[in-house]
Ligand binder design. Structure first.
Ligand SMILES: Cc1ncc(COP(=O)(O)O)c(C=O)c1O
Length: 387
């Protein structure tokens, strides 16, 4: 048996990777499990994406390796999207880097900026990949707590007390997953001032834009951001293309160039038809997004009823594609409780601990199932409660 590298001893298999195997085993036993766990959209992109993909796949010239920086058509569409939805101008040739999803971007950025032993600020609760990738890079994750009493915003006063000169990079994620918080512009201004003073890089991971009404947030809307910030975006959630694996990084040319030095040694570009289809999707008009938001708004109401039935409290104005709720005090162990719900109601709900200790008393319901399925989950949970 060959010994694994020490760096992987510090990370475990992604929670969902194990849980999905368990759910699949239960389904094979004939149990009809409703999975309200993972945030993988059940909806499709617009038919134009499929037509574009199919059309491009028929071209003999589509099957070779692609450029490391994506085709101009895609980069132009991304730059157009950043301008239209966030009011930000980026040079499509130098300030945009298409990615195979933002998850891979988290790795590339870490490899590009973080040395072994460096300290990296990660949110707790937060997307687990920030921490695991930091550990894979043999760097040290330093958690900053988000708290419901502070509307899940970044506690700037707490950050100011940390030895920020030791920090190399900070992961920020607004609209926030898992809490649904939209973030505070005042706090971002203060945060950017801190990053400029103490010389650390902020990366806003922003895959949940477009799913709520009103102004869409980009960290680049905050003055001074370009000097110290990068932003990840993704078509996974906002355009129902999670399995297509496509996203991008935007920021100053010098930063993008550093990330490209890593990325161009890791992969060999994206399938051309996927790039062409994504370019089309990025040009969808307001009606398309409005319809998408309408679907999630209706689903959110049912998911909130599930939360209420379970006795959980939650903020009604959350953004994104989840409902995040606090479990009642009567629940002793949340993981045991969610396993019990899985066993009795055959509904899988994510226990909040997977997002960090600050999520221990919370659960997360995904809105990536139809209203009918969510209503069926609600019925099962109502019945379970009265048994
Ligand atoms: C906060 C956050 N960042 C990044 C990702 C990964 O997105 P992508 O599909 O673009 O890799 C997810 C997916 O769940 C997420 O919740």
């Amino acid at each position: 048996m060959i010994q694994e590298a020490t760096r992987i001893q510090k990370v475990s298999e992604y929670y969902f990777s194990g849980k999905l195997k368990e759910i699949s085993a239960l389904r094979q036993q004939g149990r009809d499990i409703i999975n309200l766990g993972i945030g993988s959209p059940d909806l499709s992109p617009d038919p134009i994406a499929i037509e574009t993909l199919a059309g491009a796949a028929k071209m003999p010239s589509s099957h070779g390796y692609q450029s490391y920086i994506g085709v101009p058509e895609l980069r132009d569409a991304i730059a157009g999207y950043m301008k239209k939805h966030y009011g930000q101008h980026f040079d499509p040739n130098t300030e945009i880097l298409p990615l195979i999803g933002s998850k891979e971007g988290i790795m590339h950025i870490t490899m590009a900026f973080v040395n072994p032993g460096d300290k990296v600020l990660v949110p707790n609760p937060g997307y687990p990949t920030y921490t695991s990738v930091t550990r894979l890079a043999e760097a040290e994750p330093v958690q900053y707590l988000l708290d419901e009493s502070n509307a899940w915003n970044i506690d700037i006063a707490y950050l100011e007390k940390l030895p920020l000169d030791e920090i190399k990079l900070m992961w920020v994620n607004y609209p926030n997953m898992p809490t649904g918080a939209k973030g505070s512009r005042k706090d971002f201004e203060k945060l950017i001032a801190l990053a400029r003073k103490h010389h650390f890089l902020i990366v806003n991971d922003n895959p949940y834009g477009q799913l709520h009404e009103g102004t869409q947030f980009s960290i680049f809307q905050i003055e001074g951001a370009r000097e110290v910030c990068l932003e990840l975006n993704s078509l996974s959630k906002s355009h129902n293309m999670a399995g297509w694996r496509i996203g991008w990084l935007s920021g100053e040319f010098d930063y993008i160039r550093m990330v490209l030095r890593v990325k161009s040694n890791m992969d060999s570009g994206m399938f051309l038809p996927v790039q062409k289809a994504a370019a089309k999707m990025l040009q969808m008009n307001a009606d398309w997004y409005e319809k998408l938001r309408g679907v999630y708004a209706s689903r959110r109401k049912v998911a909130q009823l599930i939360m209420q039935t379970l006795g959980c409290s939650f903020q009604a104005d959350q953004q994104g594609m989840f409902v995040w709720g606090k479990v009642p005090d009567s629940v002793k162990d949340v993981t045991v409780w969610t396993d019990e719900i899985l066993e009795k109601a055959m509904v899988f709900i994510t226990p909040g601990f997977i997002f960090g200790t600050a999520g221990n008393r919370y659960i997360r319901i995904s809105l990536c199932s139809s209203e009918d399925i969510l209503e069926e989950a609600l019925r099962r949970i109502q019945n379970m409660e009265t048994k």
